[in-house]
Design a protein around this ligand. Sequence first.
Ligand code: UGA
Length: 444
Amino acid sequence: MKICIIGTGYVGLVAGTCFAESGNDVICVDVDEAKIEGLKNGVIPIYEPGLKELVLRNCEEGRLSFTTDLASAVKASLVNFIAVGTPPGEDGSADLQYVLDVARTIGRNMESFKILVDKSTVPVGTADKVRAVVNEELEKRHATIEFDVVSNPEFLKEGAAIDDFMKPDRVVIGTDNVRTAEIMKELYAPFMRKTNRLIVMDIRSAEMTKYAANAMLATKISFMNQIANLCERMGADVSAVREGIGSDSRIGYDFLFPGVGYGGSCFPKDVKALVKTAEECDYEFILLKAVEEVNELQKLVLTDKINLRLGDNSLLKPLTGKTIAIWGLSFKPRTDDMREAPSVVIINRLLALGAKVCAHDPEAVKEAKKIFGENIVYSNNQYDILKGADALAIVTEWNEYRNPDFDRIKSLLRQPLIFDGRNLYQPSRMKEAGFEYLPIGRNG
Ligand code: UGA
């Protein structure tokens, strides 16, 4: 099948590459000339395990190509995926400008039947707006060409994107056209080997499914963060509680890890957008407002602990003279993505409290430099930054932090003190090893 993917961000690039891998002819389009030039030369703009190899192979075999020429790409393709950004506007609602611009260009250039697929996360009702914009352009051209708009939200996770796309838990197709549903099924058939969970529904429900899924996951996290904070105060251990409740199949173990608050390009944005959508219908989404508030507060938990343990409250900036070593900057492991990363709030707060900060991350240092500049010290060695620091604070659970050389840590830090925002170690083992260990929701 001939496919055009518009937008070469996370979703677009991964989807385009995987569709090429399953044998389709895929053209990926972006307005960013430098990005397209890079991709043509094998430069992948994001870090995602396994992606580079797949892009290179499919380019070499002629199934995947890159261009800035949207008009020609649309003319050549039956299915056109819109996977451009929908950044949050000032009021939290998703900004549809880029989605609608693409729809307009398609309307201006299409010459035969086209399927337009909304793959970006877009609010309920967007497919109708896309349809209206295309119709407007067709009318201007006095053209009567058939087209169909589909909502096909993406559920992939950064860091596991290829696997999530190739072996999805489910694929949601929102359409009211049987013929289009068949074409979409055909496209996804190669990825349906694990489970045949291709769910066809009406367009608005498909659009809502994406927000409901992310909002539900964010709710689980905020819920567990509050349980963790309560465990700490009551002398309970949140890890045991997680085991205890996760064993109930109605609850499940996933997304119940307490931490430093959720981040990334999806949960914060989507929760805000759903609250806003509800407001627009005169409905107050009380629960999600609380989810968001809890998350903002959770980002402060680690620095509160650091301040309580190391701060000198007689000083205007209580952490003056203290150095905190941070392990992990990206919002989660296996990505260099710093969008809405809790580390940003944590580090800025430490700096505001007067501390010096030195940080390590296996992938995100380049991105972090764009945010913190020279205000903090970076190293690509996780032990170097510990030398002379007053404490280690773990912010992202990269694998290289899970089994570190504790003797080395102890010999480098000024005192054996670890604040763990991701609960990587056993409190009892840390005690035996001579550490003062402060995890989340467990007594160290
Ligand atoms: C999320 C969803 O998991 C995907 O299904 C969805 O497709 C994607 O958003 C999207 O809308 O595009 P992603 O943002 O890549 O994926 O990352 P997650 O692995 O979901 O993690 C999100 C945040 O939640 C991270 O900050 C992570 O540290 C935090 N988290 C996750 C917790 O604090 N506790 C947990 O138990 C799980």
